[in-house]
Design a protein around this ligand. Structure first.
Ligand SMILES: *Cc1c(COP(=O)(O)O)cnc(C)c1O
Length: 467
């Protein structure tokens, strides 16, 4: 143990390979099924949608996959990211626990998302396509992909959930500044968007709808555009493992090893990127770290969702995968922010949860904000809330902070010193209106109704049970 606060690696210590968990999975994450035939997809189907290298990564059984040099060069803009001992927070909580956070908010766009946007753009460039289509909720993913496309001279077409397009002008400006074109979704640009608007011109959109539009735009582009997804898929989780691989080295510098590893989950990518290298140590090196995924009670896919086959999008155009899902038609009633939440969860995360290798907890909004404010006051960083709408908001990184604080308080009550590590997936400097609403006492807790989950069961695809 040292008295240092920041644990920093050199550029040379940026990992040279990503960790691919496929060969270490305790069970298969399940087949990927074609949305129409419900048969396992062919590589051709996936390669029409994604860059070929990306598809090959999805099925690879190599434990480590080399990071291409042009990608490592761009990682140098902000990696390695620091591991910080949260001494201010420890003092504020008066806990014997040692609390560490990996700070992914230091990337140019303020989140972990460039870790996968950069390799995806590199693969697309190598293939010679014109650019990417994608969706974005609050704009974190869209701004990361827009930046990466700009670096490689690619066009970037972003479908942004309409409620967010209208209410979050700064993220949109950031995407446009990086050269992307941003369309509010649902839009007139796609057949699916036109259908929805003819049924309801006031449709405010959802992430599932925006994915459908972006997929349709890529599929109908005659091979000019590929589609990019910023979370959920195996290769995306793998690209993010630079976070945990660096953290392992940084804990060596700190001469400690975490007892608990915590990450927030939206689609599962920052959590997986931070946690999978520690899961690897648990599975192969006899370590016994508790691995905890944290989600909001407003969108409890892992803790309350049904574990079954479901479509990746609302229009039923994206592949069907086995995951914990609230149903692909998911739109929480009465909350605008709901449109920014994903109905499913990364199949790898679901499999590990189902198998007991990781834990999951859902935390309510007010307790999350209370934790985020404590963290900001002790450490000086405002953690990212995903959405900032008037009535209720949903927070991201802040969920991990809530659970880290709860664990630290448990240590205090038990008089035990444990090492607690969480991933700070991004900062919330663009999202201060959420904090404004919290400080003004305008927010309430919200739990997604169980009845809605029951109702969503009826709209699940019927899939022949694989042998
Ligand atoms: C996108 C995002 C998330 C949620 O996505 P995951 O794939 O679950 O990581 C969390 N935090 C921040 C800052 C994000 O931008």
């Amino acid at each position: 143990m040292t008295d240092r606060t920041r644990f920093i690696l050199t550029e040379e210590e940026i990992p040279k390979a990503w960790y691919n968990i496929n060969p270490d999975m305790p069970a298969s994450p399940g087949p990927v099924l074609h949305p129409a035939t419900k048969e396992p997809v062919t590589p051709d189907f996936l390669m029409a949608l994604f860059p070929a290298k990306f598809v090959m990564e999805a099925v690879s059984m190599d434990r480590f996959i080399e990071i291409p040099e042009p990608v490592r060069e761009l990682y140098k803009l902000y990696r390695p990211s620091p591991l910080i001992r949260a001494r201010g927070l420890e003092k504020a909580l008066d806990t014997p626990a040692h609390i560490y956070y990996k700070n992914e908010s230091v990337s140019p766009v303020g989140s972990h998302k460039p870790n996968t946007a950069i390799p995806q753009a590199f693969y697309a460039k190598e293939e010679g396509v014109s650019g990417f289509t994608t969706e974005t909720g609050a704009g974190q993913w869209g701004s990361a992909l827009a930046m990466a496309c700009q670096f490689f001279g690619l066009d970037c077409q972003v479908y942004m959930v309409k409620v967010s397009y209208n209410q979050k002008p700064y993220r949109r400006v950031l995407m446009e500044l990086f050269g992307a074109s941003v369309t509010p979704s649902p839009s007139e640009k796609t057949a699916f968007g036109r259908k929805l608007l003819s049924e309801d011109p006031e449709n405010l959109g959802s992430l599932g709808i925006a994915i459908s539009e972006a997929v349709e735009a890529a599929v109908t582009s005659n091979g000019q555009y590929k589609y990019s997804l910023g979370s959920v898929l195996g290769p995306v989780l793998m690209h993010q493992t630079v976070i945990g691989l660096e953290a392992l080295k940084q804990f060596e510098l700190a001469d400690e090893y975490p007892d608990v590893v915590i990450g927030c989950i939206g689609g599962g990518s920052n959590f997986s990127g931070f946690a999978f290298p520690f899961v690897h140590q648990n599975l192969t090196a006899g370590k016994r770290t508790r691995i905890v995924a944290v989600e909001p009670t407003a969108c409890p896919s892992l803790t309350k969702g049904i574990y079954t086959f479901d479509y990746g999008d609302t229009a039923e155009m994206a592949p069907i995968v086995k995951m914990h899902t609230l149903g692909h038609t998911f739109v929480p009633p009465g909350i605008h922010a709901g449109g920014l939440r994903y109905h499913g969860m990364a199949p790898h995360v679901c499999t590990l949860y189902d198998h007991g290798d990781i834990e999951a907890v859902a935390v309510p909004q007010l307790a999350t904000f209370e934790a985020a404010v404590r963290f900001a006051r002790a450490e000086g960083i405002v953690a990212a809330p995903e959405s900032a709408h008037a009535i209720r908001v949903a927070t991201e990184s802040a969920h991990a902070i809530r659970v880290a604080i709860d664990e630290a308080l448990k240590c205090k009550a038990e008089g035990i010193s444990r090492v607690i590590a969480f991933n700070l997936s991004g900062h919330g400097n663009f999202d201060l209106s959420a904090y404004e609403a919290y400080l003004a006492g305008e927010l309430q807790d919200y739990a997604y109704p169980e009845a809605e989950i029951e109702a969503a069961k009826e709209r699940l695809p019927s899939v022949p049970q694989p042998a």
